[in-house]
Design a protein around this ligand. Sequence first.
Ligand code: SAM
Length: 186
Amino acid sequence: MSYLITDYVHQFVTSHIQNGSICVDATAGNGNDTVFLCEHAGMDGKVFAFDIQEAAIENTKKRVKESGYQNAEIIFDSHVNMKKYLEEKSVDCILFNFGYLPGGNHAIATKASTSIEAIKEGLDCLKKDGIMGLCIYSGKDSGFEEKEAILNYLKQIDSKKYLVLVTEYYNRVNHPPIPAFIIRLK
Ligand SMILES: C[S@@+](CC[C@H](N)C(=O)[O-])C[C@H]1O[C@@H](n2cnc3c(N)ncnc32)[C@H](O)[C@@H]1O
């Protein structure tokens, strides 16, 4: 059993995805989340994966090809534009794994303002009972601004429309990552 933030988020969202699901990897990176979503969305489903770095797009295309999935569309565009590709209330699961590309350029990282804009776009795209999983980092190269801004925004989301869960690695030191989830209630 792995308690890494990415594995924990995968375990939590799995029950919301089935064959035929529409899913979004909002930060494709090296393609780990894309491949996870491809597996669970199945032959009848579809995964839209976004990134703004060519290296990430190439790495994700390679991962998906090597894994043998044909249900992914890998898009070289910012996640703030996801509504150009997706209909409102059509998506079962959206994953955000913030920060920089592991093994890549740490200077090209997600930013508070665009991350929050993209979360808002994503919330419009979620269908009822759809889920958004967020891996939020801070400290080191990530700094604290994005984490604080995202947590502040999550607190303000309309509780009649969405359930927001923010979890913690409570007894860990040195700014542990924060797994969070948003579920559309209606
Ligand atoms: C931590 S990595 C994602 C890891 C990835 N999910 C995986 O499974 O390997 C964060 C990624 O977000 C991307 N990113 C940064 N700003 C973005 C934006 N506005 N739209 C889409 N992707 C963005 C970075 O280029 C980087 O590849």
